[in-house]
Design a protein around this ligand. Sequence first.
Ligand code: FMN
Length: 544
Amino acid sequence: MVDQAAEEITRYHEQTKHHVNRYARSPGYMDWKNQPNPFRVFEGTLTIPLPLAAQNPSLEHMALYRRRAVSGEPFSLSSLAGFLELSLGLSAWKVYGNSRWSLRINPSSGNLHPTEAHLVLPAMKGLEAGLYHYNPLRHALEQRAAIPHDLWRQITGHFNTDGFMVALSSIFWREAWKYGERAFRYCNHDAGHALAALGFSAALKGWKLSCLNGLSDDDIETLLGFDRTAWEPLEAEHPDLVCFVQEQNGPAVARTLPQEVIRAFADLIIAGKPNRLSPNRDDWQIIYRTAEHCRKPRTEEARCDYGDKPFFTHPPAPLTATDIIRRRRSATAFDPDGSIDQERFFALLDKTLPRNHCPPFDVGLGAAAVHLLLFVHNVPPLARGLYFFCRNPEDLQALRKAFRSDFLWEPVTDDLPLYLLRTGDVRQEAIEVSCNQEIAGFSAFSLGMIARFEQTLRSTPYRYRHLFWETGIVGQVLYLEAEAQGARGTGIGCFFDDPVHSLAGLADNTWQSLYHFTVGRPIEDPRLTTLPPYHHLKRNSDAV
Ligand SMILES: Cc1cc2nc3c(=O)[nH]c(=O)nc-3n(C[C@H](O)[C@H](O)[C@H](O)COP(=O)(O)O)c2cc1C
């Protein structure tokens, strides 16, 4: 079973590679009349508008990563609202001519936003204990089920501390509408970005997220009532993950839920009809088949020891943590002369290393399996060239053996696992492997995320998705760190897979590049007007 799943997933992966002369299968045009609605609504549910943050917490940049020695904010409707606003809420509206579109705190491939969030919440002032869907357009909760007092007591007893659960799911059609078969990859990148966004926002509240990594996808569907929801064909939400959110100084919690709790959720009455997202949908069958092969069974709860390496705290970022989160945007063009100095580059790379008790990697997805192949263009005084950043020292020897034998592997600094592979101008190579996108070459640096691939699939096929989640988490760190250093980033899902591998000398599936990213000094598009994220809502009342 495992072997067959690994084979099928590998087939999907091969089939959805972009080649220089052949892109992965997609519609090839924009079918505007069937463009999916980026906002899910569960019609007929009780909707609870959430308050918007009256003022932003003025915490310094490092509060994103280093938990403060303070108690977390008490769980209330207003703290929960702030948590969601600063993770999955809207960040702005853009206007160009007659077009208007919203952006969010979390980025998304093509701004299509396949990721949805659901919450399992205790009773609080103004809110009944229940299962809720978060609607970022209205900044509101939609109640899908009420949770009886006894069930909530059982949940608190199980975790032995107060808290709530937040879950992510993906609607594949939203991405497949534009990107066709490769869309399953993008949905999982986006889930990773969203997970990191939740982790950062939780940290600012003095809360921490723990992934319930023992749960199966069946468990999650039961928990979220997906098995009792009348989905439109091809518009169903697919379960990604569930996290428990607790006060940051609280006890280490169980990473699963007892079967009797799942059974109790199976008995809840689920309200709400999912809104229809498109008049018509295409059936990209390979995505749904692959998703089946990636379904996660119940597993042992996993914990991981990442060590406690101190952070680079220099140079200090002039922005507050909240400003960094709110300002995050994707650059669409870069100043080719724009540089990022070496010190800032090192500080940025350092944040991508997992550490115990530090967001976003301590959420508990397992050991780091993703490394960075860096195209350094303009990071003075560092020489231009190809570099490698090894996020898990256990992989270093295997990587060195797999990569081209003429690479130098010269350590750059004692403080980081960063190696020079070869010097030279790599702008053109970076552009070419990133689907000829100039943003990969005219930046200060760009990179490919190289993942331990074949072995992961052979042992745990469901972790195919986790690899993409990890790249999304790394991507979210890069987005925020770029802002913190006065620069800007952009995720790059469109790249030519095998040309990247050839460049590195990778000949088989042991390692695969799964996501690209670029960072530099942005050039703004003066044609666009920006509007505030919630100008369309009358404060605290639902005006949409
Ligand atoms: C997984 C992923 C892949 C992306 N791929 C590309 C890409 O190949 N090229 C590009 O210009 N932007 C890419 N982007 C940036 C998105 O277009 C951008 O996030 C989206 O338009 C929303 O804008 P914002 O990030 O400013 O909120 C990607 C973003 C993500 C999260």
